[in-house]
Design a protein around this ligand. Structure first.
Ligand code: COA
Length: 163
């Protein structure tokens, strides 16, 4: 990714999320970005990073965790956000599961995502803590087996939004 592309992502996501997105870009987390351009202009963005997730007492899964889903206000409602998500969804088939915390779960449901119904749990230093105020939607890949959507879904702690 070029510096100009990084700058455009920071500008777009800072404006959309009303925060300094450079903080997240500078965390140095390995991530893959999907960029949707209208001509020269970055219109929409999403990224995934890898995250270990656990369903119930099952094994830890290699998941793609999606962040930064954003369409610039000038370009909303024209399918750009959906196009970026469909491309992302086409690229993450090698993961056991894909997940994200939505601000509007209905928007993701039309793209094939399903709401996690069970409790959400974060583990920090071996201590599990429920996060009842959060919401997660998941997307199945060819590697995803049967999913018990009512089981606890556990993720490791991280030093920013837990989900
Ligand atoms: C969410 C967001 C990325 C959507 O991007 P977008 O480019 O405007 O979305 P699209 O144009 O691809 O999608 C519009 C479609 O979604 C549908 N839609 C919108 N909200 C919906 C909902 N709650 N349930 C079902 N469908 C919904 C619209 O009816 C439209 O459908 P159509 O194409 O059949 O007419 C954009 O609004 C945004 O950046 N919001 C602020 C940041 C944000 O909330 N990001 C998500 C964080 S998890």
């Amino acid at each position: 990714m070029t510096q100009a592309q990084r700058d455009a992502i920071v500008a777009l996501c800072s404006e959309v999320f009303k925060l300094d997105y450079a903080f997240y870009m500078n965390l140095g987390l390995p991530s893959v970005h999907v960029l949707g351009y209208l001509g020269e202009r970055l219109a929409a963005h999403a990224l995934w990073l890898t995250r270990r997730l656990r369903i119930g007492s099952g094994p830890w899964l290699d998941a793609a965790y999606v962040e930064g889903v954003a369409t610039h206000a000038d370009f909303r409602g024209r399918g750009y956000g959906s196009a970026v998500m469909r491309r992302l969804q086409a690229e993450v088939g090698g993961f056991d599961l894909v997940a994200l915390s939505p601000s509007d779960a209905g928007w993701y449901e039309r793209l094939g995502w399903v709401r996690w119904r069970g409790p959400l749990v974060i583990v920090k230093d071996g201590v599990a803590q429920a996060t009842p105020d959060d919401e997660v939607v998941v997307y199945r890949t060819p590697r995803t087996g049967d999913l018990d959507l009512s089981a606890p879904l556990t993720g490791g702690w991280r030093p920013f939004e837990l989900w």
